[in-house]
Design a binder for this molecule. Sequence first.
Ligand code: ATP
Ligand code: MG
Length: 571
Amino acid sequence: MKMTQFYLPTLKENPTEAEIVSHQLMLRAGLIRKLSAGIYTYLPLGMRVLRKIENIIREEMTRAGAQEVLMPSLQPAELWQESGRWEIMGPLMARLQDRKCHDYCIGPTHEEVVTDLVRHEVNSYKQLPLNLFQIQTKVRDEIRPRFGVMRSREFIMKDAYSFDKDQEGLDLSYQKMYDAYTRIFQRIGLRFRAVEADSGAIGGSSSHEFMVLADSGEDAIVFCDNCQYAANVERAESMVSLEDGCEELKELAKVSTPDVKTIDNMVEFFNLPAGKMIKTLAYVAGKTMIIALIRGCDEVNEVKLRNQLNAVDVRLASDEEVLERFSAPVGFLGPIGLKDIRIIADPLVMKIQNGVTGANQMDYHYRHVNPGRDFTVREEDIIDLRIVKEEDSCIHCNEPLKVARGIEVGHVFKLGTKYSEAMNATFLDENGKEQPLIMGCYGIGVTRIIGAAIEQNNDEHGIIWPMPIAPFHVVIIPIGKDEEVSRVAEQVYTDLDNRGIEVLLDDRNERPGVKFNDADLIGVPVRVVIGGRGLKENRIEVKFRGTGDELKVAVEEIVDFITDQVESQLV
Ligand code: ATP
Ligand code: MG
């Protein structure tokens, strides 16, 4: 490709709307342009990267035995009503009506459509296992679209769905996808980690997320360097000591505590550590209010709470809701004397001795609070509610845990019979008995990968593409107007092209500095500079974008040399 014929609109300045470096660079390097909030056009340079990522995914999915299909974006409401998700999806789902006033959505995901497809096609165990995948556009009306293509409202996903006759089959299908994902992200050249993920109220370790490690990541992941434990913080657990204390239990006492509202205030006022405070938080799940108890030194993991409540969503109650329900403001709530409200408590709260909590009365707290004696919680509602913190002990090996940020680029999930039962997708087993299909689903954020790769690979000059997804392998920059320079540049360009190397020839009539800057900005891994002086010495200059290494290569060796370099980095 010749630069003069390539549509590559680069920007000099950082666009103000872009908060993180990948978003800035995708706009500056001319990969994308915004149409509307969270909705982007891919320009030719972006398209080249996108296609490479898609191809790696396609190859590995095919290698793992999945078959490609393409399902529609436009999906009838009936299917979603059958699965029960027409309501559950809420405002995330884009909805519309056709001219006959029938409801449709624009698919945010495809479990319903694929289940509908397969229930009409598959009826015998002999047709199983089956794994279908597609690379297709999804629409989700995200509350906060941001970071460019990382959290957009229209994006491309690879989604695969496996169908098996039994649990062992599902385990195998899942493992194949897990392995394929590992190969995909390795081939793309990302530093990533597979972590245990929350699998909603279904439970079990039947879900993993693939996280690209980056400080700008929206997810927190917890991992242990000593053993292999790694989990999304939403799910992570740590080892805690639940031994009984040995303090003498003192008599409960109400204390006047004007303006003592926060845990810090309480620590100061009572001169006790935050671990002695029983933080009492009111949450709303659906239309029901509940209480969560956690130690003052801990935070509530709302995903664990949501799973315990089997709720779609939970949120903290507002100040007004709290005041109305408890006749006491936020900061003065406590479990003592509460009636007709479900209390969920972290087990560590139940071990506190002579603790402190709110008295459900403005400006009053209780001291010498002893759970079990002064209030009770149902056994089944005493559950791990904490957010795991750095330095907590690993649940498997007791070593200190670490916390890092990650970008979720993939998610594998054992669905079981959730959709097949709801939608009556069955097959006849070896005994002629009707059984629901056992399903798994497997997603990759294809467009999100572009942003994630840039987050991990950039410097102050621009993007540094890993070779396997670079839009071009090599950029050739001729310097000056010397005819010999142009001739050699054209020759090297053609020879490399014939060898299957993707070359961008910067044939623009620009100063060398401008060409160098653009080459760095768009991140081409190998830069070849051809100048008159070098040619006189039979030398061509090669520079690697990643390492910054520079060297000179003889003219007659340049094509072999570059071909070797590029091919050795393509896996
Ligand atoms: P998130 O937690 O980031 O909202 P999700 O868990 O809802 O994502 P899945 O339904 O698991 O997403 O979708 C599969 C993959 O699609 C995700 O792992 C992610 O890489 C990608 N993805 C999801 N939402 C978006 C989005 N709004 N923009 C870009 N990619 C997305
Ligand atoms: Mg996910």
